[in-house]
Design a protein around this ligand. Structure first.
Ligand SMILES: [Zn+2]
Length: 453
């Protein structure tokens, strides 16, 4: 997608006075026990995405609704108006509105309430992914980093502005959405926007931890989920030698689909090497854009080694940079698979079939956009300059709902507590100091962007 241009509006941006900033910080401190309690309750509620691979809807349905409800209750307590949006009545998004005094720009802060499926739930040090535990300044539990803590930071920021008596000019919205982990944005983020809850700027509070915690990230990678099906010719395992040795009958004795799949993996590794130099972006670390063969299945239809496999499937996660179209990426991969197939007598006749399951678009807001600058200014005010002279923005090393907010023409930044390295992993945790730091920055940035009455 293209870079969203800077708006024409360039009036001088009001900033909180020192006394107002102190009032916000004091309010965050006073509200923190209640916010921590909220975060524990949210993490303690199983809200695994009901469409996540391997999950049965009946086991988890309703969790997302409970979590968005908890956040809504907290914000209703600060006087925000709560609106449910639910294309699927069992998966309720909630929007909290803090009306502005008028004359300022509006801002929406978005976070998802669903989580991935728990990785090895029996092996967590907390005994369960849904047993929130605070240890050494960290809160452990599934969804702590990705991204219930981000939502709590946003709620804390809004509640603190109210408690500090700071009236924004523009409206502040908090969107607690379902379905992000399976890109079901039409049930979550996009549904909320299409219900009329839009704004002039957006912040998605996903964990932005690269290169340091709470990095402002105006761009995010795009990705593809791709499966490649490869056909073989199943025969008795005793045909292995004749099928591959010189002078034997070759393909007539059988073809092992598993090894044909490996040829394709090798060809795509070659393309990935090329991408190391051909796919670069200043906001991302060298070599980030890649083709990961994450899943490989192959057999003869029975789970036995006594056959040559007649089917194999490779599942890929493909990361590509802003500035490349999805079509361009698809063409490059298809051409490379085609080239590899042409080199092999069997695959030439039985070409691999590519299934493009999903495409997550890139996020691409201009780092110079005033919304981005608002966040950078307030991050610097609260935490100081980026260490080691690092750039004041960096890419988000994943994809998120900011892409779908941008698709509605809303400039969007990714910024939130937590560490992406521990998202989707066993013993996921968030550093609690990041949750309050994020709240301090979000409250200030909202004041800067929306204006203060
Ligand atoms: Zn997330």
């Amino acid at each position: 997608m293209s870079v969203i241009p800077e708006p024409a509006m360039t009036t001088s941006l009001p900033v909180l006075s020192a006394a107002q900033s102190q009032a916000v910080d004091r309010a965050i401190e006073a509200l923190w026990p209640k916010a921590l309690d909220l975060l524990k309750k949210m993490v303690g509620t199983n809200s695994v995405n009901p469409l996540f691979p391997g999950i049965s809807r009946g086991d988890v349905i309703g969790g997302e609704t409970q979590v968005s409800g908890m956040l809504g209750d907290f914000l209703a307590g600060s006087g925000l108006a709560i609106h449910p949006v639910a294309p699927d009545p069992d998966r309720v998004n909630r929007v909290a509105l803090l009306k502005g005094a008028g004359g300022g720009r509006s801002l929406l802060i978005n976070g998802h309430v669903d989580t991935v499926a728990a990785f090895k739930p029996e092996s967590w040090s907390t005994c369960s992914p849904w047993n929130p535990e605070v240890r050494d300044g960290r809160l452990y539990g599934l969804g702590s980093t990705d991204m219930k803590s981000g939502l709590v930071s946003a709620a804390l920021a809004a509640a603190a502005l109210v408690a500090a008596g700071i009236r924004l000019k523009g409206e502040l919205q908090i969107h607690a959405v379902v379905g992000e982990e399976t890109m079901s944005h039409e049930l979550g983020t996009t549904a909320v926007l299409e219900a009329g809850f839009t704004a002039e700027g957006g912040i998605v509070v996903e964990p932005t931890s690269q290169p340091v915690p709470l990095t402002v990230s105006p761009v995010g990678a795009g990705n593809f989920n791709l499966h490649i099906d490869i056909q073989g010719y199943a025969t008795h395992g005793g045909n292995r030698g004749p099928s591959i040795r010189a002078g034997g009958p070759g393909m007539a004795a059988g073809v092992n689909a598993v090894e044909k799949a490996i040829l394709i993996v090798q060809a795509l590794q070659q393309l990935e090497q090329e991408w190391g130099t051909s796919k670069v972006h200043p906001a991302f670390p060298a070599g980030f854009f890649s083709l990961c063969p994450s899943v490989l299945h192959g057999d003869a239809g029975v789970p036995s080694v006594g056959y040559l496999a007649d089917r194999a499937t490779i599942g890929y996660l493909v990361w590509y940079p802003p500035g490349n179209s999805a079509e361009q990426i698809r063409n490059e991969i298809e051409a490379q698979v085609h080239r590899a197939a042409q080199m092999d007598p069997w695959l030439r006749e039985h070409p691999p079939v590519l299934r493009w399951d999903s495409n997550w678009p890139v996020s691409d807001t201009d780092p110079a956009h005033p919304l981005v600058r608002s966040l950078v200014a307030e991050r610097t005010a609260v935490l100081g300059a980026m260490p080691g002279g690092a750039a004041d923005t960096a890419g988000f090393n994943a994809c998120c709902d900011s892409a779908f907010i941008e698709q509605k023409g809303i400039p969007c930044v990714i910024f939130g507590p937590g560490d992406l390295r521990f998202a989707h992993s066993m013993n996921e945790f968030v550093n609690l100091s990041e949750v309050t730091d994020a709240a301090r920055i979000l409250a200030r940035a909202a004041a800067r962007w929306c204006g203060v009455a």
